[in-house]
Design a protein around this ligand. Structure first.
Ligand code: ADP
Length: 478
C-alpha cells in the first residue's frame, strides 16, 4: 500500500477556530491518520487566530483568485502544531471578520463569495501538486471537486464528508458568475437547487466518495424526514455514500490527565471532588443530588424545545441541572426564565471550553435530546468522563449509546438512557429513568465505569477512512 498524502480541508479546526464538532474532527482525524501516511490540514487564517502564539508564518506563496469580478490576492501561511502541518489561506474578504460565518442570528451575506474564494484557493494549492487525496468537509469546502474538474486536476482523489446536512450553503444564482462557474453546472444533476446554487450538491455530486459521520445518519439522510430536500439527490449517489463514525481525541479528552479539571481521575469515584468543586462554584450546596448537564448550541436541532419543555418537571425533582451554551435568542429567554424560577437550574451563556471540561468531569448525567444528530461528540466525551448519557435514539447517538436495560458489562458499546419520541414528555420519562438509575448506586457506578472504559478514539474509523483513500487513489491512478 502506498503511503498517501492527504490534504484535509475545513472551515474550522481546533484550537485555531471552533464553532462546533467539525473543529474537533478536523483536529483529531488527521492526527489519527498520521499512522498511515501524511496528513496536512488547511483552513482560513481568520483575523482572530493568534499568529504569534501558534507560530504561523508566511510560506512566501501567493496567487490571485478571481471572485466577484475582482482579483483577490491570496497568501498561504503555515505552522506545525502537535505534530501536524497546518496550511492557512489568507485573503481579507475571507478572513477579516469578527465571526467565522456570521453573528449568532444569521450568516454573513457574502458567505458564498467568501467560501467560494476559499475553495478556489484550495484548488490552486492542489494544482501545485504533492497531494494524493483531498478530504473536504461541509458546504464551505464543497465546491472543490467541481472546481478541480473544471481546472483539469487529475490524480487527486476527493472525499466529501457531510457533518450536518441541514447547513447547505445555498445562494442566489448570480453567485455562479461571480465565482466563474459555468452555466453547464446549473442543472438538477449539478448544483441547481430550486433555482438557487447549492454548494452541498457540488460536494455530493462531484466528489469521488461521500461520507457522513455515523452509519445511522447515512441511512436517515436518504429519507424525507432527515434529507433536507436532498434525499433524492443523495439516493442517486448512494453507491458512493458511507457512514463512518467520528471519534474523539483520547489525549484531549482524558480525565486522568486533563489540565482543565481541578481533580483528574481514573475511576468514576474520582468525579466526586470535581462535582463538589463545580457545585460549590455555582453556590449549590446540595452535593448529593444527581447533576444533569446540557452543553451545546441552543437550536431546535439540539432538542432545546424538549429541554425547555421538560425542565419544569426535572426541576421539581431532587436534582441539579446545569446548562452551558449559546444560540437562538428565544431559547436564551426561555432558559433564563426557567433558571430564575427554579433554584436548582443553572445557566451559563457562552462558549467555554474549560468550563465544559469541568462540567463533564462533575456531572452524573449528560442530557442530549437532539431531534437529529449526525454523530454528536458530547455523548462520547461524557462517557469518557464517566458521565452517563440521556439521549434521543437518532443518528450517531443511536450508534454510540445502547439502552441501559440491555447493559452487558464488557461489551464494546456505551450505555445510557435512550428515548425515541421527540417530545418533552418522552425526555421527562427518560430523566425519571435516570433518577431511578442514580438511586440504584451499584448499577449506576457499574454503567459509569463501563462507559469510561469504552473506546471512542479514532482507531477503528481512521482505518476505514484510510481504506477508502486507498481504494479511491487506485481508481484515480488507473
Ligand atoms: P455540533 O452539532 O455543535 O457540531 P457536536 O456534538 O458534534 O455538536 O460537537 C460539539 C462540540 O462542541 C463538543 O466538543 C462540545 O463539548 C463543544 N461545545 C458545544 N457547545 C459548547 C459550549 N457552549 N462551550 C464549550 N464547548 C461547547
Amino acid at each position: 500500500m502506498d503511503r498517501l498524502k492527504v490534504l484535509f480541508v475545513a472551515s474550522e479546526v481546533f484550537p485555531f477556530a471552533k464553532s462546533g464538532g467539525l473543529a474537533d474532527v478536523a483536529y483529531s482525524l488527521p492526527r489519527a491518520l498520521k499512522k498511515y501516511g501524511e496528513a496536512e490540514t488547511v483552513l482560513p487564517l481568520y483575523r482572530f487566530i493568534d499568529r504569534e502564539a501558534f507560530g504561523i508564518e508566511p510560506m512566501g506563496v501567493s496567487f490571485d483568485v478571481r471572485v466577484g469580478g475582482q482579483e483577490h490576492r491570496v497568501d498561504l501561511y503555515r505552522c506545525e502544531h502537535n505534530g501536524i502541518v497546518y496550511r492557512f489561506v489568507y485573503a481579507p474578504l475571507l478572513c477579516d471578520r469578527e465571526y467565522l460565518y456570521g453573528p449568532p442570528e444569521h450568516g454573513y451575506d457574502d458567505n458564498g463569495l467568501r467560501f467560494g474564494l476559499f475553495c478556489k484557493a484550495v484548488v490552486s494549492m492542489l494544482a501545485l501538486g504533492g497531494y494524493d487525496v483531498v478530504h473536504l468537509n461541509d458546504w464551505q469546502t464543497a465546491l472543490v471537486p467541481l472546481l478541480m474538474r473544471d481546472a483539469g486536476i487529475r490524480g487527486v482523489a476527493s472525499v466529501y464528508t457531510i457533518h450536518n446536512l441541514a447547513y447547505q450553503g445555498v445562494f442566489e444564482p448570480p453567485l455562479l458568475e461571480a465565482l466563474g462557474i459555468g452555466r453547464e453546472h446549473f442543472t438538477m444533476e449539478g448544483i441547481e437547487f430550486y433555482g438557487r446554487v447549492s454548494f452541498m450538491k457540488a460536494g455530493i455530486g462531484y466528489a469521488d466518495a461521500v461520507t457522513t459521520v455515523s452509519p445511522t445518519y447515512a441511512e436517515e439522510i436518504l429519507t424525507p424526514e432527515f434529507g433536507c430536500g436532498l434525499e433524492g439527490y443523495l439516493a442517486k449517489h448512494r453507491q458512493k455514500l458511507t457512514g463512518i463514525l467520528n471519534g474523539i481525541d483520547p489525549e484531549l479528552f482524558n480525565p486522568a490527565d486533563d489540565p482543565l479539571i481541578p481533580h483528574p481521575y481514573e475511576e468514576p469515584g474520582g468525579k466526586s471532588d470535581n462535582k463538589k468543586a463545580y457545585l460549590e462554584a455555582l453556590g449549590e450546596s446540595r452535593l448529593r443530588r444527581p447533576l444533569f448537564i446540557f452543553i451545546g448550541r441552543f437550536t431546535g436541532q439540539k432538542g432545546l424545545d424538549l429541554l425547555t419543555g421538560a425542565l419544569p418537571h426535572m426541576a421539581s425533582r431532587p436534582c441539579v441541572v446545569a446548562v452551558l451554551g449559546e444560540g437562538e435568542e428565544r431559547y436564551h429567554a426561555e432558559l433564563e426564565a426557567l433558571a430564575r424560577r427554579y433554584d436548582n437550574v443553572y445557566l451559563t451563556f457562552g462558549y467555554d471550553e474549560a468550563l465544559s471540561h469541568r462540567m463533564y468531569a462533575a456531572a452524573d448525567f449528560l442530557l442530549m435530546p437532539s431531534l437529529y444528530e449526525p454523530c454528536g461528540l458530547n455523548q462520547m466525551i461524557a462517557m469518557r468522563y464517566a458521565t452517563v448519557p440521556v439521549v434521543r435514539h437518532t443518528g450517531g447517538l443511536a450508534d454510540t449509546v445502547a439502552p441501559v436495560d440491555d447493559f452487558v458489562p464488557g461489551s464494546p458499546s456505551g450505555y445510557g438512557v435512550l428515548f425515541v419520541r421527540a417530545d418533552a414528555e418522552a425526555l421527562a420519562d427518560a430523566f425519571d429513568e435516570a433518577m431511578d438509575l442514580f438511586l440504584d448506586r451499584k448499577r449506576f457506578r457499574a454503567v459509569a465505569k463501563h462507559d469510561m472504559a469504552c473506546d471512542f478514539s479514532w482507531h477503528a474509523s481512521a482505518r476505514r477512512y484510510e481504506a477508502l483513500y486507498q481504494k479511491l487513489h487506485k481508481g484515480v491512478k488507473a
